[in-house]
Design a protein around this ligand. Sequence first.
Ligand code: G3P
Length: 216
Amino acid sequence: MKFFIDTANLDQIKEANELGILDGVTTNPSLMAKEGITGDKSIIAHYKKIAGIVDGDVSAEVLSVDYKKMVEEGEKLADIAENIVVKVPMTKDGVKAMTHFAELDIRTNCTLVFSAGQAILAAKAGTTYVSPFVGRVDDVTWDGIKLIKEIAQIYSIQGYYTEILAASIRSPLHIVQAAKAGADVITSPLSSILGLLNHPLTDIGLAKFLADQGKK
Ligand code: G3P
């Protein structure tokens, strides 16, 4: 399973990248705004910086909602760097745009996916990644991990090549559950990735090993 970091914060991207386990980055308009990045020029410049830090895929989201504008914007985003993947919302115009991008070999990430039906449409449109939002499904008391399992089962039966990117990950437990459910990728805040490190027995064991050798 690939690990993407879900942030537009350059320090956190660098920190995750230095761990050596980072396969890519996802952002969204809210995450960009959180870093104070708004307006076309600043957004493009910021994507350029992110794409220069990591070797893996960097999802850059279109802000247009109309097919023609989405295509124009997506093509511009794809031109920023080789590792840019155009993030497109699961709408009627989005499906048309993803089909267009697939024909041009421009890779896409279909975002705002909340049902198996939407995931089937995304795969049919030839998207590279489909992003079901685990945490936001949980927020409305449905089961985000169950959705990942359902999509994984359908994709395996149908032989779809689209990769399942479990998004809206909110905890280390979500990462483990997404791995068990068949996600190909998780995208997560740095805190949940680092949370995977924690185990009290590791701390106790290390302290004992060091103490036994007279080291602190
Ligand atoms: O980028 C999409 C997604 O990961 C958002 O997460 O926590 O805002 O639901 P969250």
